[in-house]
Design a protein around this ligand. Structure first.
Ligand code: NAD
Length: 276
């Protein structure tokens, strides 16, 4: 039988470790989350992040802004948070309303407080191998692979998706661990040619059911990053029910999602340590 690569155990283990660390801290780390508008999926993700931060002993502040907020108003709040000594790290929940240029907002975040690891400064540091806040989802995928003892060196790994926050940094982290990485995207001609050959597949396209059992090598490991709401339920990119009969696979929900949250909280704890 093939293994369900659950994110629950590794994320619980990491959160317990962080909780013990925070308990010993005289001053508690403080995370702020900026939520603009009322995208229902974002509201759920933010709630989860705040809840897990609190149970770890991390202080939290939620700054909610109306969906009609201008870019200037949001940049003013970012500036305030950058200069607020009580806040050790903060994130601006994505996606933002269309009147706001998300790249501009990310770039305005002080890299020392950028606990999502999305600023070009922190991404650049990652690419040259300097210490930094790793982007939470790619780092979460790496943690799941390591938790289940999945060998990376010399393996053929296909990453589906090339976004700045998931696919690209993840491909780089895998490359750093000596994997042979193929990056596929919406213009890739023959996706299954690249997946059939892979020892590990990471799907991060946001297309439910994109990866079917026929596309997967027997005994491979599949990590499903995709989260799309279909009829009120969260769906991954992988046809889990059929793929699990042939390969090890992470579920959605309960896979990469909880790991992403745990890594974010770990980054806040580090931001606090760095500030001392
Ligand atoms: P994105 O839309 O920015 O990027 C999607 C990528 O998939 C693009 O590079 C695109 O080229 C590629 N793609 C789209 N259709 C494809 C196809 N048919 N074949 C091959 N490639 C295709 O999205 P993102 O921010 O990178 O997120 C990807 C998915 O991961 C989304 O479903 C998102 O909700 C999810 N996500 C989950 C977590 C989590 O914590 N679980 C965190 C971040 C993102």
């Amino acid at each position: 039988m093939y293994k369900i690569l659950s994110g629950k155990e590794p994320s619980d283990a990491l959160l317990e470790e962080l909780k013990a660390k925070v308990k010993k801290m005289a001053k508690k780390p403080h995370l702020a989350i900026v939520l603009v508008g009322n995208d229902p999926a974002s509201e759920i993700y933010v709630k989860k992040k705040l809840e897990k931060a609190k149970t770890t002993g991390v202080k939290t502040t939620l700054r909610e802004m109306d969906g009609s907020t201008s870019e200037k108003e949001l940049l003013e709040l970012v500036d305030k948070l950058n200069n607020d000594h009580e806040i050790h790290g903060f994130i601006v929940q994505s996606p933002l309303p269309e009147q706001i240029d998300e790249k501009k907002v990310i770039e305005a975040i002080d890299p020392k407080k950028d606990v999502d690891g999305w600023t070009s400064s922190n991404m650049g540091r990652m690419f040259v191998g300097l210490d930094t806040f790793l982007p939470a989802t790619p780092a979460g995928v790496m943690k799941i692979l390591d938790y289940y003892g999945i060998e990376l060196e010399g393996k053929n790994i296909t990453v589906i998706g090339r976004s700045n926050v998931v696919g690209k940094p993840l491909a780089f982290l895998l490359l750093q661990r000596n994997a042979t990485v193929t990056i596929c995207h919406s213009k890739t001609k023959d996706l299954s040619m690249h997946t059939k050959n892979a020892d590990i597949i990471v799907a991060a396209a946001g297309k439910p059911g994109l990866v079917t059992a026929e596309m997967v090598k027997k005994g491979a490991c599949i990590i499903d990053v995709g989260t799309t709401r279909v009829d009120g339920r969260l769906k991954g990119d992988v046809d889990f029910d059929n793929v699990i009969k042939k390969a090890h696979c992470s579920p959605v929900p309960g896979g990469v999602g909880p790991m992403t949250v745990a890594i974010l909280i770990g980054n806040v704890v580090r931001a606090m340590e760095n500030s001392n």
